[in-house]
Design a protein around this ligand. Structure first.
Ligand SMILES: Nc1ncnc2c1ncn2[C@@H]1O[C@H](COP(=O)(O)OP(=O)(O)OP(=O)(O)O)[C@@H](O)[C@H]1O
Length: 582
């Protein structure tokens, strides 16, 4: 438990001073809670002494008591307010910084990381794990530290009246601490199950919500909902099991403290009977005995939460230790944009997908990559942008191995337009601005005009301020495609990677998209995963992939003369597009 507290304190780093000052305020504030009780006991003691001596009760005592009580109540609120101002936002501020840092880090890891870790797992790490720290970290430190510091002060006061009562209190707290250790231990043990349940639930909910269009179109609401229901049931079962495992430790913790309270009352009663303690002190002790452990009782919940926080921190540490793909990279600016593959081989796992690929894409030329589905076209593009690292060979851009760059400095040279366009849940304007963060409104409109999407954006009620649903769900495929091209035009990178749409697009949209692509690719080095014959024929160089191997390379005229898969491919495309060789 204390180990976790130490870890949280080191995690909050620059906010430590605020945490300590807040803890001091909380400590003083809890003393202000005790002062009215002590003052009341003191006034009562005075009143009883006056009665015994036969003198009248002076109003001075009453006024003094009222004044002390009022001041301490006021001070208590002031201190509580100051503590909240100092401490309450530390977790949120720190978690926000860390989330941004990890978000930044995620764009610098190999894409293989996302295949090994499920979306639900990453989502849970960035949301619920951080929420544990963010929402509970500071209050847990406060509860535990204040609980024990207050108790120490109370134990010293008890000693002044009865060492037997003080020892009973200490034994009770030590026994309860043993139970707390048990709770903490149990909580850590339960945490993987708890995390597994929430990751599974998050992953299933994501999949269920994302898959709703498919589910509806196949009329499979029943089986899909069954998966969702199963995940909810499983999560409930795990969580009930977890709650049950705490019951014995919680009971032991409370029992130790309650027993100590009862014994302290018995000890003080015995002191009063043998005349070593006055009646007001007995009353004070009786009142105090059941509230003195209040803060320690609250640590019960803290031990449980701290166990979860400890496990959450283990996961965050693991996430933070993920290797950046570009940790040895430097900021490189290039002024030539040839791309060279030298004997590149690569596999996503143990199975090799690209075999000994070598070719050069010269600056300001168009390279079309063609080949059957699964032959490795997308993989080649993923390697030049270093989404993955090659297993052997090297890829150079502008004469530098891609492994020499930082991700940011490498990606500055690339614009990418994918078939499956992803738009962020933001305005259309901001989705286009993604290509250049400091773009002016005029630049955004100019890019949208060049990408043939200004017209349709202007007809929307809120124009460029129209919100796009997550993934671009509120727009048509052609509209999303053109917005993504506007984004790439705005970025104005010297190399463009283009994955031509294979899905049938209506002629009008196809015409607009082709116009937008022409605007994007003018004067650039273009790598296109080509499906349209018009694009393939015009390419300066065609790379024909077959099962991860470069089977042929050359221009259309050269390749069409050879017997090989290119010739077959072209005739199939011609038939598909309704063309014929003349
Ligand atoms: N992330 C991945 N993890 C494991 N294997 C993958 C991954 N991505 C692709 N593959 C495999 O690598 C091979 C090449 O895939 P790739 O997507 O590069 O082919 P492609 O030619 O672009 O296909 P298509 O034309 O259908 O898009 C395929 O066998 C595919 O199953």
């Amino acid at each position: 438990m204390f180990k976790t507290i130490k870890r949280i304190i080191s995690w909050i780093g620059p906010y430590k001073k605020r945490l300590y000052l807040g803890t001091l305020c909380a400590f003083l504030s809890s003393w202000c809670t005790a002062v009215p009780v002590i003052t009341a006991a003191w006034a009562l003691n005075k009143a009883i002494s006056n009665m015994e001596e036969g003198t009248d009760l002076t109003y001075t005592i009453v006024w003094q008591s009222l004044l002390i009580i009022s001041v301490s109540v006021f001070l208590r609120f002031l201190l509580s307010y100051t503590r909240a101002r100092l401490q309450d936002s530390i977790g949120t501020e720190r978690a926000a910084e860390e989330r941004l840092r990890i978000g930044d880090m995620l764009k610098r890891v190999s894409l293989g990381y996302f295949s090994k870790n499920s979306t639900g797992e990453i989502l849970a790490d960035l949301t619920s794990e951080f929420s544990q720290l963010e929402l509970n970290g500071m209050s847990m430190i406060n509860n535990v530290l204040n609980g024990y510091i207050n108790f120490l002060a109370i134990a010293i006061c008890l000693c002044l009246f009865s060492w037997q009562a003080a020892i009973t209190a200490i034994v009770g707290v030590l026994l309860s601490a043993l139970a707390l250790q048990g709770i903490n231990h149990q909580s850590k043990k339960n945490s993987p199950d708890n995390q597994k349940a929430s990751e599974m639930l998050a992953g299933t909910v994501l999949e269920y919500v994302r898959g709703i269009p498919v589910v509806k179109s196949f009329g499979q609401e029943g089986p899909a909902f069954e998966g969702f229901r199963k995940a909810c049931r499983e999560s409930r079962k795990i969580n009930i099991g977890i709650e049950k495992s705490y019951i014995p430790w919680n009971t032991l913790h409370l029992l130790a403290l309650k027993l100590a309270s009862v014994i302290i009352v018995l000890i003080t009663a015995w002191h009063t009977m043998d005349g070593t303690m006055t009646l007001p002190v007995l009353l004070l002790m009786a009142m105090f005995s059941f509230s003195m452990f209040g803060n320690i009782e609250a640590i019960n919940d803290s031990a449980h939460v701290l166990g979860m926080i400890g496990a959450a921190m283990d996961k965050i540490d693991k996430l933070e230790q993920t290797d950046f793909i570009d940790q040895d990279g430097t900021d490189i600016k290039i002024d030539s944009f040839d791309i060279c593959f030298n004997h590149v081989s690569f596999g996503y796992g143990s199975k090799e997908i690209i075999h000994n690929a070598s070719f050069t894409a010269r600056q300001n030329t168009t390279i079309a990559i063609v080949g059957p589905s699964g032959s490795g076209k997308t993989t080649l593009c993923n390697l030049m942008t270093r989404f993955y690292d090659v297993d052997s060979g090297e890829i150079t851009v502008g004469g530098h191995d891609v492994r020499e760059f930082t991700c940011d400095s490498l990606m500055k040279n690339f614009s990418m337009v994918f078939q499956n366009v992803y738009l962020f849940r933001d305005t259309i304007g901001n989705n286009i601005r993604f290509g250049k963060q400091d773009a002016t409104k005029e630049e955004i409109i100019a890019a949208a005009k060049a990408a043939c999407c200004h017209e349709f954006i202007s007809t929307l009620p809120e124009g460029y301020d129209t919100m796009v649903g997550e993934g671009g769900s509120s727009l048509s495929g052609g509209e999303k495609q053109r917005i993504s091209i506007a984004r790439a035009i705005l970025k104005n990178a010297p190399i463009v990677i283009l994955d031509e749409a294979t899905a049938s697009i209506d002629p009008e949209n196809e015409h607009l998209i082709q116009q937008a692509i022409s605007a994007l690719t003018q004067g650039k080095t273009i790598i296109t995963i080509a499906h349209r014959l018009a694009t393939i024929e015009q390419a300066d160089q065609i790379i024909v992939l077959d099962n991860g191997r470069i089977a042929q390379k050359g221009n259309h005229q050269e390749l069409i003369m050879q017997d090989g898969i290119y010739k077959n491919f072209v005739s199939i495309r011609q038939r598909a597009e309704g063309w014929s060789i003349t």
